[in-house]
Design a protein around this ligand. Structure first.
Ligand code: PGA
Length: 251
Protein backbone atom coordinates (compact mmCIF):
# COMPACT_ATOMS: atom_id res chain seq x y z
CA UNK A 1 0.00 0.00 0.00
CA UNK A 2 1.24 3.42 -0.98
CA UNK A 3 -0.39 6.69 0.07
CA UNK A 4 0.73 9.79 -1.78
CA UNK A 5 0.05 13.35 -0.67
CA UNK A 6 0.22 15.61 -3.72
CA UNK A 7 0.43 19.12 -2.31
CA UNK A 8 0.32 20.71 -5.77
CA UNK A 9 1.15 24.45 -5.67
CA UNK A 10 0.33 24.77 -1.96
CA UNK A 11 2.70 25.27 0.90
CA UNK A 12 4.56 28.39 1.91
CA UNK A 13 7.70 27.63 3.81
CA UNK A 14 6.34 27.66 7.37
CA UNK A 15 3.11 25.75 6.61
CA UNK A 16 4.87 23.12 4.54
CA UNK A 17 7.57 22.42 7.07
CA UNK A 18 5.07 22.35 9.95
CA UNK A 19 2.88 19.89 8.04
CA UNK A 20 5.83 17.63 7.25
CA UNK A 21 6.92 17.79 10.90
CA UNK A 22 3.41 16.86 12.12
CA UNK A 23 3.35 13.88 9.75
CA UNK A 24 6.79 12.77 10.93
CA UNK A 25 5.54 12.91 14.53
CA UNK A 26 2.40 10.94 13.66
CA UNK A 27 4.55 8.31 11.93
CA UNK A 28 6.77 8.07 14.99
CA UNK A 29 3.69 7.59 17.18
CA UNK A 30 1.88 5.04 14.96
CA UNK A 31 4.75 3.42 13.07
CA UNK A 32 2.58 2.48 10.06
CA UNK A 33 3.92 -0.10 7.67
CA UNK A 34 2.16 1.20 4.56
CA UNK A 35 4.38 3.52 2.50
CA UNK A 36 3.69 7.23 2.96
CA UNK A 37 4.98 9.60 0.30
CA UNK A 38 4.58 13.37 0.22
CA UNK A 39 5.13 15.45 -2.90
CA UNK A 40 5.62 19.09 -1.85
CA UNK A 41 6.24 21.96 -4.25
CA UNK A 42 9.86 22.03 -5.45
CA UNK A 43 11.02 25.02 -3.40
CA UNK A 44 10.40 23.06 -0.18
CA UNK A 45 12.08 19.80 -1.13
CA UNK A 46 15.43 20.55 0.52
CA UNK A 47 14.04 21.62 3.87
CA UNK A 48 11.40 18.93 3.94
CA UNK A 49 14.02 16.32 3.23
CA UNK A 50 15.85 17.51 6.35
CA UNK A 51 12.61 17.55 8.35
CA UNK A 52 11.92 13.94 7.36
CA UNK A 53 15.49 12.73 7.76
CA UNK A 54 14.71 10.47 10.73
CA UNK A 55 11.26 9.51 9.47
CA UNK A 56 9.97 6.59 7.42
CA UNK A 57 7.94 9.09 5.39
CA UNK A 58 9.44 9.52 1.94
CA UNK A 59 9.43 12.43 -0.48
CA UNK A 60 8.76 12.81 -4.19
CA UNK A 61 8.48 15.39 -6.95
CA UNK A 62 5.24 16.43 -8.68
CA UNK A 63 6.70 16.37 -12.19
CA UNK A 64 10.08 16.28 -13.93
CA UNK A 65 11.65 17.14 -17.26
CA UNK A 66 12.77 14.36 -19.57
CA UNK A 67 16.29 15.79 -19.92
CA UNK A 68 18.95 15.63 -17.23
CA UNK A 69 19.91 19.33 -17.37
CA UNK A 70 20.11 22.25 -19.78
CA UNK A 71 18.27 25.28 -21.07
CA UNK A 72 14.79 24.48 -19.83
CA UNK A 73 13.70 27.51 -17.86
CA UNK A 74 11.42 26.72 -14.96
CA UNK A 75 11.89 22.95 -15.14
CA UNK A 76 13.40 20.42 -12.78
CA UNK A 77 15.01 17.15 -13.84
CA UNK A 78 14.52 13.68 -12.41
CA UNK A 79 18.19 13.60 -11.51
CA UNK A 80 17.82 16.87 -9.57
CA UNK A 81 14.89 15.41 -7.66
CA UNK A 82 16.97 12.36 -6.84
CA UNK A 83 19.86 14.58 -5.81
CA UNK A 84 17.72 16.49 -3.30
CA UNK A 85 16.38 13.33 -1.67
CA UNK A 86 13.29 12.29 -3.66
CA UNK A 87 12.50 8.63 -4.20
CA UNK A 88 9.51 9.06 -6.47
CA UNK A 89 8.10 11.42 -9.06
CA UNK A 90 4.56 11.85 -10.35
CA UNK A 91 4.32 12.15 -14.14
CA UNK A 92 1.35 12.71 -16.41
CA UNK A 93 -0.90 14.26 -13.79
CA UNK A 94 -4.03 15.52 -15.57
CA UNK A 95 -3.19 19.10 -14.56
CA UNK A 96 0.14 18.76 -16.41
CA UNK A 97 -1.52 17.01 -19.36
CA UNK A 98 -4.19 19.73 -19.67
CA UNK A 99 -2.33 22.88 -18.68
CA UNK A 100 1.05 22.10 -20.23
CA UNK A 101 0.14 19.79 -23.10
CA UNK A 102 1.98 16.76 -21.73
CA UNK A 103 1.13 14.09 -24.31
CA UNK A 104 1.41 10.36 -23.62
CA UNK A 105 4.78 10.39 -25.40
CA UNK A 106 6.08 13.21 -23.20
CA UNK A 107 4.80 11.39 -20.13
CA UNK A 108 6.64 8.23 -21.24
CA UNK A 109 9.87 10.19 -21.72
CA UNK A 110 9.53 11.72 -18.24
CA UNK A 111 8.90 8.31 -16.70
CA UNK A 112 11.96 6.96 -18.53
CA UNK A 113 14.05 9.86 -17.18
CA UNK A 114 12.77 9.02 -13.70
CA UNK A 115 13.84 5.40 -14.06
CA UNK A 116 17.25 6.41 -15.37
CA UNK A 117 17.66 8.65 -12.32
CA UNK A 118 16.68 5.69 -10.11
CA UNK A 119 13.38 7.23 -9.11
CA UNK A 120 10.10 5.36 -9.03
CA UNK A 121 7.56 6.80 -11.44
CA UNK A 122 3.90 7.28 -10.63
CA UNK A 123 2.27 7.49 -14.05
CA UNK A 124 -1.17 9.11 -13.96
CA UNK A 125 -3.94 8.23 -16.38
CA UNK A 126 -7.63 9.13 -16.39
CA UNK A 127 -10.61 9.92 -18.56
CA UNK A 128 -12.60 13.13 -19.00
CA UNK A 129 -16.25 13.38 -18.01
CA UNK A 130 -17.20 13.16 -21.67
CA UNK A 131 -15.30 9.91 -22.24
CA UNK A 132 -16.77 8.52 -19.01
CA UNK A 133 -20.31 9.38 -20.11
CA UNK A 134 -19.74 7.78 -23.51
CA UNK A 135 -18.72 4.56 -21.78
CA UNK A 136 -15.28 4.69 -23.40
CA UNK A 137 -13.20 4.80 -20.24
CA UNK A 138 -11.33 1.51 -20.70
CA UNK A 139 -10.56 2.20 -24.35
CA UNK A 140 -9.16 5.62 -23.39
CA UNK A 141 -7.10 4.26 -20.50
CA UNK A 142 -5.78 1.44 -22.65
CA UNK A 143 -4.42 3.99 -25.15
CA UNK A 144 -2.89 6.06 -22.39
CA UNK A 145 -1.25 2.98 -20.89
CA UNK A 146 0.15 1.83 -24.25
CA UNK A 147 1.74 5.18 -24.91
CA UNK A 148 2.65 6.55 -21.47
CA UNK A 149 4.58 3.58 -20.08
CA UNK A 150 8.21 3.47 -21.26
CA UNK A 151 10.15 0.27 -21.91
CA UNK A 152 12.19 0.94 -18.76
CA UNK A 153 9.12 0.31 -16.57
CA UNK A 154 8.94 -2.69 -14.25
CA UNK A 155 6.48 -3.58 -11.54
CA UNK A 156 9.12 -2.42 -9.04
CA UNK A 157 9.88 1.05 -10.41
CA UNK A 158 6.41 2.05 -11.62
CA UNK A 159 2.96 2.64 -10.19
CA UNK A 160 -0.08 3.62 -12.19
CA UNK A 161 -2.42 6.19 -10.66
CA UNK A 162 -5.94 6.04 -12.04
CA UNK A 163 -7.44 9.49 -11.62
CA UNK A 164 -10.66 10.25 -13.48
CA UNK A 165 -10.26 13.94 -14.46
CA UNK A 166 -13.83 14.66 -13.43
CA UNK A 167 -13.17 13.32 -9.92
CA UNK A 168 -10.15 15.52 -9.22
CA UNK A 169 -11.00 18.27 -6.75
CA UNK A 170 -14.73 17.87 -7.45
CA UNK A 171 -15.93 15.85 -4.48
CA UNK A 172 -17.20 13.25 -6.98
CA UNK A 173 -15.85 9.70 -7.22
CA UNK A 174 -16.74 6.66 -9.33
CA UNK A 175 -18.63 3.94 -7.47
CA UNK A 176 -16.54 1.29 -5.72
CA UNK A 177 -17.67 -1.24 -8.36
CA UNK A 178 -16.48 1.09 -11.11
CA UNK A 179 -13.13 1.57 -9.39
CA UNK A 180 -12.75 -2.18 -8.94
CA UNK A 181 -13.54 -2.97 -12.58
CA UNK A 182 -11.39 -0.19 -13.97
CA UNK A 183 -8.41 -1.19 -11.82
CA UNK A 184 -8.85 -4.81 -12.88
CA UNK A 185 -8.74 -3.72 -16.53
CA UNK A 186 -5.65 -1.56 -15.95
CA UNK A 187 -3.84 -4.43 -14.25
CA UNK A 188 -4.75 -6.79 -17.10
CA UNK A 189 -3.74 -4.39 -19.86
CA UNK A 190 -0.42 -3.58 -18.19
CA UNK A 191 0.32 -7.22 -17.63
CA UNK A 192 -0.66 -8.49 -21.07
CA UNK A 193 0.65 -5.74 -23.24
CA UNK A 194 3.39 -4.06 -21.35
CA UNK A 195 5.16 -5.79 -18.54
CA UNK A 196 4.62 -9.48 -19.14
CA UNK A 197 2.22 -11.97 -17.58
CA UNK A 198 4.24 -12.48 -14.43
CA UNK A 199 4.09 -8.81 -13.48
CA UNK A 200 1.26 -7.29 -11.51
CA UNK A 201 1.60 -3.55 -11.40
CA UNK A 202 0.27 -1.61 -8.44
CA UNK A 203 -2.60 0.71 -9.34
CA UNK A 204 -3.48 3.62 -7.08
CA UNK A 205 -6.76 5.48 -7.14
CA UNK A 206 -6.90 9.29 -7.05
CA UNK A 207 -9.66 11.89 -7.27
CA UNK A 208 -11.50 13.36 -4.27
CA UNK A 209 -10.11 10.82 -1.81
CA UNK A 210 -10.69 12.03 1.75
CA UNK A 211 -10.85 10.65 5.26
CA UNK A 212 -14.52 9.68 4.77
CA UNK A 213 -14.27 7.61 1.59
CA UNK A 214 -10.67 6.29 1.85
CA UNK A 215 -11.66 3.11 3.74
CA UNK A 216 -14.19 1.97 1.15
CA UNK A 217 -11.74 2.63 -1.70
CA UNK A 218 -8.72 1.03 -0.05
CA UNK A 219 -10.79 -2.01 0.81
CA UNK A 220 -11.02 -2.91 -2.89
CA UNK A 221 -8.54 -5.72 -3.65
CA UNK A 222 -7.33 -4.14 -6.89
CA UNK A 223 -6.48 -0.81 -5.22
CA UNK A 224 -2.80 -0.59 -4.27
CA UNK A 225 -3.02 2.80 -2.60
CA UNK A 226 -4.31 6.32 -3.10
CA UNK A 227 -3.11 9.61 -4.54
CA UNK A 228 -4.54 12.42 -2.43
CA UNK A 229 -4.64 16.12 -3.34
CA UNK A 230 -6.81 18.46 -1.26
CA UNK A 231 -7.09 16.19 1.78
CA UNK A 232 -3.29 15.86 1.98
CA UNK A 233 -3.01 19.50 3.02
CA UNK A 234 -4.39 18.84 6.49
CA UNK A 235 -2.06 16.56 8.43
CA UNK A 236 -4.76 14.88 10.55
CA UNK A 237 -7.02 14.16 7.55
CA UNK A 238 -4.13 12.80 5.54
CA UNK A 239 -3.02 10.68 8.46
CA UNK A 240 -6.46 9.20 8.84
CA UNK A 241 -6.22 8.08 5.17
CA UNK A 242 -2.76 6.61 5.84
CA UNK A 243 -4.14 4.73 8.84
CA UNK A 244 -6.90 3.22 6.64
CA UNK A 245 -4.27 2.15 4.09
CA UNK A 246 -2.25 0.58 6.85
CA UNK A 247 -5.26 -1.47 7.82
CA UNK A 248 -5.34 -3.09 4.36
CA UNK A 249 -1.58 -3.28 3.94
CA UNK A 250 -0.89 -6.93 4.51
CA UNK A 251 -3.41 -8.53 2.23
P1 PGA B 1 -7.91 15.69 -5.10
O1 PGA B 1 -6.67 15.67 -6.10
O2 PGA B 1 -7.66 14.66 -4.06
O3 PGA B 1 -7.93 17.09 -4.55
O4 PGA B 1 -9.12 15.38 -5.91
C1 PGA B 1 -6.10 14.46 -6.50
C2 PGA B 1 -5.00 14.71 -7.49
O5 PGA B 1 -5.10 15.67 -8.27
O6 PGA B 1 -4.00 13.98 -7.51
Amino acid sequence: MLVIGNWKMNGFRRDGIDRARSLAQLMLRDSLYCKVLICPPSQLLGEIHNTLSDSKIIMGGQDCHSKEQGSYTGDISAKMLKDIGCEYVIVGHSERRHNYGDSDEIVASKAKAAHEAELNAVICIGESKEVYQQGKTIEHLSNQLQNSIPETATMKNTHIAYEPCWAIGSGLTPTTIEIKNTHKAIIEISRKKLLGEENQISVLYGGSVDDNNAGSILEIDEVGGVLVGGASLIAEKFWSICTSANHYSNR
